[in-house]
Design a protein around this ligand. Structure first.
Ligand code: AMP
Length: 280
């Protein structure tokens, strides 16, 4: 049976017991509405550790005032049965007040890296992400934590935070899990209606087209990005938020595509903003 813990105090004795047993704990932080992408993190975590702890917390501080915090899909019973089937030992499901009690006012921000890519439409998003991830690291004290490459900027930022704050947590990154037609799995895909769902494959089509161009010898980022902008303009349900080619390690812009260049995309499909990326 998967064990559910809702409080930090409730987690403490379990954490001590696991430490006594010298069990290697991997944390998988999620916002719930789980799908095969989340479960791939769990599977990877199981391979490298003795005990997998999944957190489910829709973190208000990473949502902007006009974003979907209230509407974000919540499906706890389904999540718990998926985690049970996946053999997860413990799920931490705190209330907002448990993580942000009255008077809370301490945030951590990875400054420069948070000012790139997604900053254009989510200016305080990563400050919320790093704050909650650091809190979860302090609460759970895992030996390692698993994150998806789907959120490539998040991975780069968390890696930087671990280094800058001397945190002793090993970062595990897992490849993007996709639908058969290439759409990256996301809890927000649930927002798409039938026509939007069809249009949403434009993200993967653009990534693939770009990869092909690079394989054919195209090295100019601008040419590739112009091609992508054109394709997205031609899709009536899509609106480009950003398309950038950056260094996968430090997110700085690349005029020429080189080894380890990352193409990162954010596209609105109707009202739903989707992100995707590929190393070219
Ligand atoms: P979320 O619940 O959206 O905050 O995601 C929790 C974790 O799952 C993050 O580390 C994400 O990068 C990861 N994740 C979400 N979607 C995918 C996917 N399609 N493939 C791989 N990992 C994913």
């Amino acid at each position: 049976m998967v064990q559910v813990v809702k409080t930090i105090a409730g987690l403490r004795p379990l954490r001590s017991k696991l430490r006594e047993q010298k069990a290697k704990v991997t944390l998988v932080p999620t916002m719930g509405a789980l799908h095969a992408g989340h479960l791939s993190l769990v599977q990877q975590a199981k391979k490298i550790s003795d005990y997998v702890l999944v957190s489910i917390f829709v973190n208000p501080t990473q949502f902007g005032p006009d974003e979907d915090f209230q509407d974000y899909p919540r499906d706890l019973n389904r999540d718990l049965s998926l985690l049970e089937e996946s053999g997860v030992g413990l799920v931490f499901i705190p209330e907002v007040a448990e993580i942000y009690p009255a008077g809370f006012q301490t945030y951590v921000a990875v400054e420069e890296l948070s000012q790139k890519l997604c900053v254009i439409s989510r200016p305080s998003h990563f400050r919320g992400v790093t704050t909650v991830v650091l809190k979860l690291f302090n609460i759970v004290q895992p030996e390692s934590a698993a994150f998806g490459q789907k959120d490539a900027q998040q991975v780069v930022i968390i890696r930087r935070m671990l280094k800058d704050l001397n945190l002793d947590v090993e970062l595990i990154t897992c490849p993007i899990v996709r639908e058969p037609d290439g759409l990256a799995l996301s809890s927000r895909n649930r927002y798409l209606n039938e026509a939007e769902r069809k249009a949403a494959i434009i993200l993967y089509q653009c990534l693939q087209w770009a990869k092909q161009r690079v394989e054919q010898g195209e090295a100019c980022s601008e040419g590739i990005l112009q091609g992508i902008k054109g394709s997205i303009e031609r899709e009536p349900l899509a609106r480009l938020d950003y398309a950038e080619i950056v260094d996968a390690e430090n997110l700085s812009g690349k005029a020429l595509v080189e080894k380890n260049s990352l193409l990162a995309l954010a596209v609105f499909i109707g009202k739903t903003r989707l992100i995707d990326n590929m190393v070219l």
